[in-house]
Design a protein around this ligand. Sequence first.
Ligand SMILES: Cc1cc2nc3c(=O)[nH]c(=O)nc-3n(C[C@H](O)[C@H](O)[C@H](O)COP(=O)(O)OP(=O)(O)OC[C@H]3O[C@@H](n4cnc5c(N)ncnc54)[C@H](O)[C@@H]3O)c2cc1C
Length: 475
Amino acid sequence: MRTSEQYLECLHAMKPNVYMGGEIVRRDDPRILPGINVMRITFDMASDPQNRELFTAESQYIGGRINRFCHVSHSVDDLLNKQKMIRTGARLSGFCIQRCMGTDTVNALSVVTKEIDEAHGTEYYQRFVEFLKNYQKKDQIAAAVQTDAKGDRGKRPHEQVDPDLHVRVVSQNKDGIIVRGAKEDITMASYCDELIVFPTRTLTEEEKQWAVTFAIPADWDNVYIINRANAPRERKFLKAPLNTYGSSDAMVIFDDTFVPWDRVFMCGEYDFAGGMALTFASSHRHSYCGCKPAVEDIIMGLIALSAEYYGLEGKSHIREKLAHLAGIAELIYAAGIAAAVESTKSSSGTQVPGTIYSNVGRRLAGENTYDSWGMVADVAGGFPVTMPFEEDYYDPKTGPLINKYTMRNPEVSAENMHRLQRTLSDYLSSAWAGVWQVADVHGGGSPAMETIAILNNYDFDERKKIVKRLAGIQD
Ligand SMILES: Cc1cc2nc3c(=O)[nH]c(=O)nc-3n(C[C@H](O)[C@H](O)[C@H](O)COP(=O)(O)OP(=O)(O)OC[C@H]3O[C@@H](n4cnc5c(N)ncnc54)[C@H](O)[C@@H]3O)c2cc1C
C-alpha cells in the first residue's frame, strides 16, 4: 500500500495537463491541495494499525491486504465495511471522502465486463482484471468519469446536433481506439492516478459509437482537465482541520485521445451501456448510504453544539430537530445495510448491493439535504453569516469588543464561540458549502434517476394483489 507521501510523489511526477483560472498548473497547486488532503486521509487511515480492519481488505486478485478503496466486494461483509469506512472517512474530512468514486467504478466494471464477455464472446473481463491487479498493487486512485456534456436533455446521443456531446469512439485500428468528447463535474480528476470512463445512459443499436468504457492515466496525451477547486474559506489565525480539506471537480476533455486496446473494456456493446451506468449508480448510491449519514452527523453536531453554546439546550424545537435528523441519518444508513444484506453475487463473483435499498437510501438523503441544512440555519441564527472577518477578532481594538458581545454561554470561551460560528459560516454560507449541497442532490444521479430506478425495480403489482385480496376482489 502507498503512504500519503508516496501518493504525493506520484502526483508531482505527472505531466501537467490540469488547467485552472486561465493557466496550466502542476498538481501541487495550492488550490488543489485541499482535495489532496482528503485523499491523504484514505492512505493514513489504512496505514494506521487501529483502522487496518476497516480501511484495508484482503484482495482476491493479488492476495494480501490492500486499501479498501481499491477493493472489489465479494461478500456482504465487504459491502457493510465499505459503507462503514465511508461514513468514518466523511466524518473526518467534514464532507465527501471522494475516493469511493473509484471504488464503485472498479466494482461496476468487474461485474459488467464479465457479462459482456458472456453475451458477446469478448475478452474484456480478463483485460480488466489485469488493469485491476496493477491498480490494487499500486494503491491507485481513480476518478469516475461518467457524466457526459449531454447537450439537449430532450434528445438521445444520436439525435444531438453535435455527436461529440457524448464521449464516443471516432476511429479504431489494431493498436487501440481514438475517443472524442467531454465529461463534466468529474471529482478528483486533477489529483487521481487514473480516469475510468464509461457511459452515462442506456444506448440503442444506432448508438454503438457511444458505447465505450476505458481507463487511462490522468496525465495522458490529448486529455484536458479543466479544473475548479473548492474549499472552506482559508484561515489566517483560527486554524482548524476542516479548513485544510476541500475538493476539485473538472471538465475532462478527450480531444482525439488514443486508448490502447488493453485499456478498453467496452467498445460498441451498446446493450451493456445502460447496465454499466446503472451498476455503477447502484454501487455509488450504496456508498452514499455511508457518506450522507456522516453529513447528517455533522449537521446534528452543529445543532447540538450551537444549542449548548447559545443557551438553548433542551428547548423543544432543538430536541425535535435532533430526533428528526437522527431518524434521517440512521434510516439512510439502515438502507445501506439492507442493500448489503439483500445483495446478490454477479457471475464474476462481485457482491452487488440491492438496487431498491441503495436507491431509496440515496433518495431519502437527497430530498432531505436542504431541509437538514435549513435546520442548521435556523439554530445558527444570522450572526455566523454576517460575522466580522477573522482579522477583526485579532485586532487589539476590535477583538476584545467582538468577543465581549458574542458571548452567550459564559461557560464557553470566546475562542470556542468564534470557532463554532466560523465553522457554521463555512458550512452555511461559503461557496464550498454551496457546491456540496448541490452535490448532495445530484451526485450519483439527480433525484429523477433514483425515482426511475425505484419505479423500474419495485413490484407495485404485488401491492395491488395485497389490496385485492383484502378487498375480496377476484379477477
Ligand atoms: C459536486 C459534484 C460532483 C460530481 N462528481 C461527479 C463525478 O465524479 N463523476 C461523474 O461522472 N459525475 C459527477 N457529478 C455529476 C452528477 O452525476 C450529475 O450532476 C447528475 O447525474 C445530474 O446530471 P446533470 O448535472 O447533467 O443534470 P441534468 O441531467 O441536466 O439534470 C437537470 C434536470 O433535468 C432533468 N432531466 C435531464 N434529462 C431529462 C430527461 N431526458 N427527461 C426529463 N428530465 C430530464 C433532471 O431530472 C434534472 O431535474 C457530480 C456533480 C456534482 C454537483
